[in-house]
Design a protein around this ligand. Structure first.
Ligand code: X8Z
Ligand code: ZN
Length: 615
């Protein structure tokens, strides 16, 4: 669950709700002054004591909540759902109380560190709950229920046989039948329809909570977490998107042309959005599974990690050990024994679990785990690196005060494992004995194409999920427009369209884990850009001076030390300072990603000559 403080992992993605945040609305200023007159003014020393006590209370509660959520996600039953709701209700009330108490220190002068911890406390929640206890309980129940509903989702055919998401995703990845992919797409998306009334109510309750705490709505609360003005953050996102959009459009144009060749221009018209079920992924969020359809002639690197893993007998455990080996090669200590005994790597046959990959930190000491129904594919090998990035981050900042036990911003948490995975190059695969021969540079366009299908294709999706939620939270999109607004954004940003008519009886956003799971998604857009910045700097530190897409920092203790320095800061300093320490630039910058893909962009532009791009 995404509890207030460990977003990270918590981020891990579950849902936390409840809110904390005691931002003082300007209109309350008078009340404050009056209160200050009525009782002795708060002192800086009291603020410090308050933070100390709040830290202790939160640390204990987080362990309790993590345990309940771990069990609820590993054994989905009515009982585990109720227990998770109960502890989250308790967490929420506590945080709301602490946030309100913290408001006492809003106008006094305290040292910078105490102020930052007070701010972190106020901003920690993902969903704020109203003070009204019944509403807090109702919200906690909805949160737990949505999480369980997603985990239990199945598509059942007329003959009574049912498929879970993992199996359906495998079909989406490998099938080249228009109709079969469509059946999977529709089967899964239809599972989300029953979430709609719950989601609607959750929006109302969370917004009420956010408003009580001084935010315009839950979206405003989410945008306030980036060490800058909320509005400035939204502008910054737009700016970054504008910079990378031409690269996405070039990829879209080329991929659409190839899909049109494959499925016919009646199915894939050359001037319209691409039907969303043909990109090899349930949400069309990353497209590497259709690499075979767009592989550049003569420059296919000629290997496929899924096949290499199978050839060398990698099972789920060996895949995780392999990923751990990268981190230890950088100088990080191996994962603890309990990681191996307590994690979930394989989908259990006999019960429902939340299969969506997540990384957990149960006790802010050493009890880190992942929970993931691993499939033996190259794609999942990357996801394992992604998850371990969370775990190594958690371990690096475990000695920080509880309010700093988090990444510099949530994009950093998502970027670390991906940064490492960028170093899973042919050279590295050869070093660990998976690949016999490193393809020469004539295969670079193929390598870059594969990466772009994964990383560039993802950019608009990673933006639009929260564009939709922000509009929903602000009321700009009303419940009777939920699905229509979703598809407008899918078309606008991604240039993909619903493959069959959808209506407001559907709830397609709910078919994406992070919506019922209440995990903000902008973090992944940030991570998509940050990982190229981190990779570039780490490659320089590792003195790998070949082309950036062939660089691997494997075995570089210097790179490991530099990375660890950023990780161990946790959230103790503004993220600008954290990235500045590693890269020398205190800002996000799309240039690293654009430079990485520059050779591919030239190739795409060449291919797209004479084509009608756009939708
Ligand atoms: O949810 C995840 C991770 C867990 S934080 C598996 N990711 C996003 C997704 O699957 O939609 C990683 C990339 C994007
Ligand atoms: Zn993640």
């Amino acid at each position: 669950m995404n509890h207030p403080f460990k977003p990270t992992l918590l981020a891990v993605l579950i849902a936390s709700s409840i809110g904390l945040v005691a931002c003082q609305p300007a209109s309350d200023k008078t009340a404050d002054t009056q209160a200050a007159g009525a009782q002795p003014a708060a002192t800086a020393a009291e603020a410090k004591t308050f933070i100390d006590n709040a830290s202790k209370e939160m640390a204990a509660l987080l362990i309790e909540a993590n345990r309940a959520d771990w069990i609820a996600s590993n054994f989905i039953t009515e009982d585990t759902e109720a227990l998770s709701a109960a502890v989250n209700e308790k967490m929420t009330s506590t945080v709301v109380r602490l946030a309100n108490e913290a408001a006492r220190f809003n106008t006094i002068t305290v040292d910078a560190d105490t102020r930052r911890q007070l701010d972190k406390l106020k901003l920690a929640l993902t969903l704020a709950a109203p003070k009204d206890q019944a509403k807090t309980a109702e919200l906690a129940e909805i949160v737990a229920k949505l999480n369980a509903m997603y985990g239990k989702g199945k598509y059942c055919k007329a003959d009574g046989s049912c498929m879970a998401l993992g199996d359906m995703s495998s079909v989406m990845a490998s099938s080249r039948s228009y109709d079969e992919q469509l059946e999977m797409w529709k089967g899964w998306h239809d599972t989300a329809a029953p979430m709609r009334p719950l989601y609607m109510r959750q929006v109302e309750l969370a917004n009420e909570g956010a408003r009580e705490l001084g935010y315009a709505d839950t979206g405003a609360l989410w945008r306030s977490k980036y060490d800058m003005e909320a509005d400035a953050f939204a502008v910054e996102l737009d700016k970054q998107w504008t910079e990378v959009k031409p690269l996405y459009e070039a990829l879209h144009c080329h991929v659409r042309a190839k899909l049109s060749e494959k499925y016919g221009a009646d199915k894939v018209p050359l001037d319209k959005p691409i039907p969303a079920h043909l990109l090899g992924n349930m949400w069309a969020q990353s497209w590497e599974n259709i690499y075979d359809l767009v592989a550049p002639e003569n420059s296919d690197p000629g290997y496929d990690v899924t096949k290499l893993l199978a050839d060398k007998g990698y099972d789920e455990l060996k895949m995780v050990k392999g990923a751990e080996g990268f981190f230890t090669s950088l100088g990080f200590a191996p994962l603890p024994e309990t990681f191996w005994t307590r994690s979930l790597f394989v989908k259990p046959r006999d019960r429902d679990v939340v299969c969506h990959a997540s990384a957990w930190d149960l006790d802010a000491k050493d009890d880190v785990r992942i929970k993931m129904c691993i499939q033996r594919t190259g794609e999942e090998f990357s996801v394992i690196h992604h998850e371990l990035g969370h775990n190594f981050y958690q371990r690096a900042y475990k000695d920080q005060p509880v309010f700093y036990q988090d990444s510099a911003n949530d994009g950093f948490h998502e970027a670390i494992g991906d940064t490492i995975a960028l170093s899973v190059t042919p050279k590295y695969l050869k070093q660990i004995g998976l690949l016999e021969q490193v393809p020469d540079e004539s295969k670079d366009i193929g390598l870059l194409m594969k990466k772009a299908l994964e990383k560039v294709a993802f950019l608009p999706f990673s933006l639009l999920v929260d564009q939709w939620r922000w509009q929903v939270f602000s009321g700009q999109v009303q419940p009777e427009q939920y699905n229509q607004a979703w598809w407008q954004l899918r078309e606008k940003y991604q240039g993909v369209s619903a493959p069959v008519a959808r209506s407001e009886a559907d709830f397609d956003p709910g078919a994406k884990y992070h919506v019922p799971g209440n995990t903000p998604y902008t973090r992944y857009f940030l991570a998509a850009l940050l990982q190229f910045q981190f990779h570039k700097s780490l490659c320089e530190i590792a003195k790998d001076d070949g082309p950036i897409h062939r660089c691997s920092i494997y075995n570089s203790k210097e790179a490991g030390t530099a990375l660890n320095k950023m990780l161990e800061m946790g959230a103790s300093k503004p993220w600008q300072e954290a990235i500045g320490g590693l890269t020398g630039t205190p800002a996000m910058d799309s240039k690293a990603m654009l430079d990485y893909f520059a050779p591919l962009k030239a190739y795409l532009d060449e291919q797209n000559k004479g084509r009608n791009c756009g939708w």
